[in-house]
Design a protein around this ligand. Sequence first.
Ligand code: CA
Length: 542
Amino acid sequence: MNQVLNITSNLISDPTLLNFSSQSPSSLLTTTTDNLDFVANCSRFASEVDIPGIKLHFTQYVHGGTNLSFPENHPTCGIPYHVVSSDLCRVVMAVPTSKSSEISLEAWFPLDYSGRFLSTANRGVLMSTSGILYNELEFATSLGFASIGANNGHNGTSGYAFLNNTDALADYTYRSLHTGVVAGKELTKKFYGFPFHKSYFLGCSSGGRQGLKEAQDFPEDFDGIVAGAPALALPNIMSWGGALYKATGDPESESFLSPELWAVVYDEVLRQCDALDGASDGLLEDPSTCQFTPETLICSKGQTSRCLTGLQAQTVRSIYSPLYGSDGQLLYPRMQPGINTKKQVPFYFQGIPWDLTEDWFRYVVYNDTTWDGRNFSLANAMNAASQNPFNIQTWEGDLSAFAENGGKILTYHGLQDFVCSSEISQLYYAHVSRTMNLPPRELDSFYRLFYVSGMDHCRDGDGASAIGQDVGSSAGRDPNENALMAMVRWVEEGIPPDTLRGAKLSADGSQVEYWRAHCKWPKKNRYIGNGMVTDEKAWKCM
Ligand code: CA
């Protein structure tokens, strides 16, 4: 790690890097590609590059259109192959992070290079996908970014790697990402023969947390951070999962709701709250105004279907209420009303302990492989919160170093997110506001939060959720409809996004059914039209 960290100081002291912003990246690109046999350079790169701390395995030229297989990727990571759309050079390597830990990395260098560097992140449900996100490498390289991806210190969906191994946990919390950035920047410079001019981050879920961790702890790593649905307060999410399971009980318990009853609950949420934004369109633009009353669903005398017992109503009320610690402090906000429990019952509500809750307590909190999620209690939650290894709560409110460095943060969070409550993002925003003594109009200069109605966890959902945040959620590369390119325009042209324009894509992704402009917090969308709710001009941020 020391060797790798030395790369950081070399980079920062490199005068060509600091002077680069005065040069045009396109002129450099022309000069370089004119003189570069890209394919040959790619094959030579493995033998020519000798960077302390980096173990280069191989390089591979990939022609655009190739369906690339990843046989070495852990099967549980769920990305066995991916079609690569651009011509690029793939660099596969590893970096030891301690005597007992190592990260796997890939750098993808596109032929059509924009002069920008980007780090992808890790995703999935919190820690469940610790592997290289090839789909995000593809998204970034298709937009011209020299891109790096790391496996976050271990492969696969189990937390077993953390058992009595704090180095693996350090990698997972911050070190894999930062090490990848340091290595990726150095490799980018060597590969193209000139430094990148701006540096970006793109991630969601676990990756959203990684992005904010970078802004908090490594404020010089990025000029622009796009952090979606951040898994902030991560140990508390694990406890929240435990508490939600305790709220529903097992499927045979009287407090449990069947999928059919969750569908009834969703209809009632819409009945009570859908129109609060001015339009009954099946989407809640501001769940914070929805104080859902599940008791309206309690069965009338003689009613035997599509209704709840008092005990089941209590279950629903618990789920839509915040989780407090035994000291009265908030551990995690409520699940926001509006998740579509008709389409999908969240795993939290399925009457079995969440595997990630069990993994976290078994392999991180207690180092006890027999810990059983059925015995979860608030005392466990308090232990997890106070342990907070490597400050993984990621709740530092002072972003002044990042801001003073010129960095920008764009956070988005789906209002149908059933994995990380969307309320966590406004709580963190308010925390930063109070810590830095800045009202939203001043935070706007470097930190903007957008809520996206009808977006599930990071993507999909019932609404206009394709904001250009990943390879399957993009209607184009125009900054007006692509969150990553909006960030580029903010950093490089000083034009910040006031809304994030989202597309509702058809099932096969080929057609835009309608658009909606999502508002910059604390503004909220309000229907002001008198016709089609799918008309984006019928909505106004207020
Ligand atoms: Ca509505």
